[in-house]
Design a protein around this ligand. Structure first.
Ligand SMILES: [Zn+2]
Length: 127
């Protein structure tokens, strides 16, 4: 399986595409287009896959979102420790809050796409 090309999980997650066909969009728009923020299609426009597989399916994406937030925090902590060792703990937490808020839309979009990709496999018949 290719890592980044059409049909891969990475392609679906990074390009906001249906994991089964890699053709139809999952969300209406990009994460920072606030008019349609968080609004997703019910079905794939290309292969008709029902995205919300059961009621409350996307509650599980909270675990992915948490993991992304922790990864961001650890990345910031390491970066801070190496490049800016003079920053105080309180300042570090404030900067981390700004980073988390700034990345929140990407985190929301990414976590839902990753969660869906955990349960749906690419199928050549639909692409
Ligand atoms: Zn599809």
């Amino acid at each position: 399986m290719k890592f980044i090309g059409k049909g891969s999980k990475a392609f679906s997650i990074l390009n906001n595409k249906c994991p089964r066909c890699s053709m139809g969009d999952f969300f209406f728009s990009h994460p920072y287009h606030f008019k349609y923020f968080g609004k997703k299609h019910y079905n794939c426009s290309h292969c008709d896959l029902k995205f919300e597989r059961e009621p409350g399916f996307f509650f599980g994406s909270m675990f992915v979102s948490y993991a992304i937030s922790v990864a961001l925090f650890v990345a910031w902590w390491i970066t801070k420790s190496i490049l800016f060792p003079q920053i105080l703990a309180g300042e570090m937490v404030l900067i981390m809050m700004v980073i988390q808020i700034g990345f929140a839309p990407i985190n929301l979009y990414g976590s839902k796409l990753i969660w869906l990709n955990l349960f749906v496999k690419f199928d050549k018949e639909y692409s």
